[in-house]
Design a protein around this ligand. Structure first.
Ligand code: SF4
Length: 282
């Protein structure tokens, strides 16, 4: 069995940076430390951070003045930032600089007289943050159907969640071009996402089955799954190596592995080992 791991699998720049900042904060802060929501969608990493004194806060009620709160790579809206400041907590901003730039673009566009279309997942924290910068001028489009339902406008700007599928973004831009007199396009899909998606698509063309490893609630992991699935029906989304079944490996001589932006490198290594071991046993 040949096992190929996709280039650029695992933690992206923004996630690595946020984790580094969280660990540094946990080590040096004397008081209670929280991340505002889970830093990454991985239970093992969250448990490890908890052991190091970094808890997850999902509500302002959990916080007390003097606590330290780490803002994760997805960023937050100005309203959330304001309420954290009002709570008198120390803020460590680990928003990915690329997401910060998208926030600034949305803020700048919101000062102009035009509708902003964001192609992304409505409930994703990055999109929730971006909506907060739009002064109510942004609409979120999750698929082609929603883009087709939008009315004609004289002027519009369109941009994407940093982890958006490039093909979907292109399709939505195509639809909006037919519904807008003057369309400004900002391709805000980050380079790390593009490279990862491209490497996964290439790998899907070379193997008989492909395992995408990452959290089922991770947006970029599910994008990778969709991209690979379009090209290779035997694409499987797993969160940990224990989920590998014999059916996934049956008749496969060459298997691919790709990991989302929040998949720790150890989980990818363990998956490679699990496949090797399962072949030794059968
Ligand atoms: S996917 Fe890109 S924009 Fe998002 S956190 Fe990672 S590097 Fe930053």
């Amino acid at each position: 069995m040949e096992i190929i791991v996709a280039r650029n699998s695992g933690f992206c720049y923004g996630v690595k940076r946020a984790l580094r900042l969280a660990l540094k904060t946990g080590k040096h802060s004397g008081g209670r430390v929280f991340s505002w929501g889970e830093i990454i969608h991985n239970p093992e990493v969250i448990a490890d951070l908890k052991n190091k004194g970094i808890e997850v806060a999902n509500s302002l009620r959990q916080l007390r003045p003097g606590d330290t709160v780490i803002i994760r790579s997805h960023g937050v809206s100005p309203a959330v930032l304001k309420s954290l400041k009002a709570k008198k907590v120390k803020i460590v901003d680990a928003t990915c600089p690329i997401v910060k730039n998208i926030q600034k673009t949305v803020e700048r566009l919101s000062r102009q007289r035009q509708e902003i279309v964001i192609v992304g997942n409505r409930n994703h924290p990055e999109i929730q943050g971006l909506l907060g910068y739009s002064r109510g001028k942004a609409v979120v489009v999750e698929n082609e159907e929603q883009a087709l339902a939008l009315p004609f406008r004289k002027k519009r700007a369109v941009l994407a969640q940093s982890t958006q599928d490039e093909q979907l973004f292109g399709q939505v831009v195509g639809i909006l071009a037919g519904k807008t007199e003057e369309l400004l396009v900002y391709n805000t899909i980050c380079q790390s996402t593009r490279v990862r998606q491209k490497a996964t698509a290439e790998l899907a063309g070379q193997v008989q089955a492909l395992l995408i490893i990452g959290g089922r609630n991770s947006s970029n992991t599910s994008k990778l799954y969709q991209i690979s699935r379009r090209l290779l029906p035997r694409t499987y989304l797993i969160e940990r190596p224990e989920e590998i079944t014999l059916e996934m490996l049956q008749g496969v001589n060459k298997i691919g592995i790709s990991g989302g932006a929040s998949t720790p490198p150890e989980v990818i290594q363990k998956t490679v080992l699990a496949i090797r071991n399962s072949f030794k046993q059968n």
